[in-house]
Design a protein around this ligand. Structure first.
Ligand code: CA
Length: 224
């Protein structure tokens, strides 16, 4: 598994790279946002929020627009970073410095496992779900286009959209959504689904994209 580490602090970058390599990961390290944007494709990005040449938030948004790669933000203080804002920017998770290496590895494994979840569907499902009205969902690259324009989604939002898009118009039960889109580690209140549906609706620009069916679940359909 290949990791892109975007970190301008040499001491942190060096020790983190060493530990990650020891843990069996391949690590590409860059110290600037510009280098991060031109780096080769990886499986996970670890992104320091405070970089010399670019705001980590802008970089996160740019990386997310370019690909569906899972992004974990590394932040200096918990109050520096608003989790909700981070998720809106497209980060999948974050850790606050100082963090334990074990915690970081657990999060890396969690985001990559979640990202891999949707790619395991059958080819029939993939072919059928590629287009929903003006919405194009590419499961291979995990990119979403709306009327030709890329939409920046978090890995979880992508998973949710891709799941609902397996059979557009069909109602998916809340419990099935939780089971398929969230793994056991993320099993939480069903409100989690609503929060992600709300975020998706906002990004799709029309709440009618995802209809709530009272007492049952949700369905995806192009707005009339
Ligand atoms: Ca920094």
């Amino acid at each position: 598994m290949k990791i892109l580490l975007v970190e301008d602090d040499d001491a942190i970058a060096l020790s983190l790279t060493e530990s990650l390599v020891q843990a069996g990961f391949d690590v590409d390290h860059v110290a600037t946002g510009r280098d991060a944007l031109t780096a080769a494709p990886v499986d996970v990005v670890l992104l320091d929020l405070g970089l010399p040449d670019m705001d980590g938030r802008d970089l996160c948004r740019a990386l997310r627009t370019a690909s569906g790669v899972p992004i974990i933000m590394l932040t200096a203080r918990s109050d520096e970073f608003d989790r909700v804002l981070g998720l809106e920017l497209g980060a999948d998770d974050y850790v606050t410095k100082p963090f334990s290496f074990r915690e970081l590895v657990a999060r890396i494994r969690a985001v990559t496992r979640r990202a891999a979840g949707t790619s395991e569907r059958t080819s029939d499902e993939q072919a059928a779900a590629d287009r929903v009205g003006p919405l194009e969902i590419d499961r291979r690259t995990r990119r979403v286009l709306l009327a030709g324009e890329p939409i920046a989604l978090t890995a979880k939002e992508f998973d949710l959209l891709a799941y609902l898009a397996i059979d557009p118009g069909a109602v998916y039960r809340r419990t099935d959504i939780l089971e398929h889109v969230w793994d056991a580690q993320w099993y939480g209140p069903t409100k989690t689904v609503d929060a992600h549906v709300a975020a998706l609706r906002k990004k799709l620009g029309d709440p009618r994209w995802i209809e709530a069916v009272r007492g049952v679940g949700f369905r995806l359909e192009p707005p009339p």
